[in-house]
Design a protein around this ligand. Structure first.
Ligand code: GRF
Length: 192
């Protein structure tokens, strides 16, 4: 059993569909993975993505809250209790407060559907198409108090064709998101 020692414990925060969570579960459940997902938390109790956590029998919580601080306090307790080493945000639609980031005090990774530092925030595909960009893509970065601005771990680009619209671009980028998030985590772990 020795080769299983030293696996990093990951938690994943989601808010909705959970396709990135699905790809992370697939990757981390491989025998030789250096990480394992031990906790999934959704900021929306009805998130479809929670079904993937259930399928893989991972502890999961859909937290109902009215104030963000209540979500953060409940999550922090769960992260500490479960000895989480790295938190991965995957389609998590809330902005974590500076106080949460400080109190957690471990790395937090996020996936963003643009070539950061371009298009921080929402509607990335709309903006890339509107500006007639030739490329867009996805970025995995560390989360800091400044929105979508932490150190970049991995990025991959896709070509925007003349025939692309927001929906086709979103689809293309989602595909590479599923490919690069697991790779970025593996890369991040080896540099720890
Ligand atoms: C992804 O495109 C992610 O980059 C963005 O929201 C989408 C979530 O998709 N922040 P899913 O919930 O992982 O399917």
């Amino acid at each position: 059993m020795e080769k299983y020692l030293g696996k990093k414990n990951l938690a994943v925060f989601i808010s909705g569909r959970g396709s990135n969570l699905k790809s992370l579960l697939k990757f981390t459940s491989k025998k030789n993975s250096s990480t394992k997902i031990i906790l999934v938390i959704s900021s929306n109790p009805n998130a479809i993505g929670l079904k993937y956590a259930k399928k893989y029998k991972i502890k999961n919580y859909g937290i109902k809250f009215s104030k963000k601080s209540s979500f953060e306090n409940q999550s922090l307790k769960l992260l500490k209790k479960n000895k989480v080493d790295i938190l991965c945000l995957a389609g998590f639609m809330k902005i974590l407060s500076g106080s949460f980031i400080k109190k957690f005090a471990k790395p937090i990774l996020n996936i963003h559907p643009s070539l950061l530092p371009k298009y921080k925030g929402l509607n990335t595909h709309e903006r890339a198409i509107k500006n007639k960009d030739k490329f867009s893509g996805a970025t995995i970065h560390l989360v800091t108090q400044k929105l979508d601005s932490g150190k970049i771990i991995l990025q991959k680009r896709v070509k925007i064709l003349k025939s692309d619209n927001v929906s086709s671009l979103r689809k293309k980028i989602l595909k590479i998101e599923h490919e690069i998030y697991p790779k970025a985590i593996a890369k991040f772990i080896t540099n720890l």
